[in-house]
Design a protein. Structure first.
Length: 172
């Protein structure tokens, strides 16, 4: 879990985002290419590579979904690049219902309320699957943790679709 180590953070889903940001700024200052402008070409290249690695690690850890994806990938479950489908019938039914709810928002008499209701449902599911992920991960049940992350990916995708719909409908 080198990303956590890089920022001096414990390997945990719940991280101190203020500490992450502070460590990021410190690390970026230390390896900034301007500090190595008078160095050799190899030193300059190494500085750029380290800055890129720090940025990748920061981007991964600051987002809850990518943090969870990273955590399970470190245990052999690369859910970001897999094409595995979820065979959980209840989850698939839930997805269909959420997709229908999302599609119906455009015809709702009160679009803002319909969007708020949808976001409430999504928030509840994010909490549910995040809790499941943490429980399984903390008990070293990495396959089950990866399944929770797969479900989170679906939910976050729906949330993103709702945000695009909101922008379209409310002219943002």
């Amino acid at each position: 879990m080198r990303f956590f180590t890089l920022f001096g953070l414990p390997i945990s889903f719940n991280i101190d985002l203020d500490q992450l940001h502070a460590q990021y700024r410190e690390l970026q200052k230390a390896v900034h290419p301007d500090h190595h402008a008078s160095g050799s070409d190899s030193q300059k290249l190494l500085s750029v590579q380290k800055a890129s690695e720090i940025n990748d690690a920061f981007q991964t850890l600051k987002n809850p979904l990518t943090r969870a994806e990273y955590m399970v990938s470190e245990h052999g479950f690369d859910v970001r690049h897999e094409q595995q489908t979820i065979r959980d019938g209840m989850f698939l039914m839930q997805q269909m219902e959420l997709r229908e709810e999302l599609e119906e928002i455009e015809q709702a008499s009160d679009v803002e309320t319909a969007l708020d209701d949808f976001y409430d449902d999504v928030k509840q599911l994010i909490t549910e699957y995040t809790d499941a992920f943490q429980q399984h991960f903390n008990q070293s049940e990495y396959e089950e943790a990866a399944m929770a992350v797969r479900k989170l990916r679906f939910i976050y995708k729906l949330k993103e679709e709702a945000q695009h719909l909101e922008d379209k409908l409310l002219d943002f």
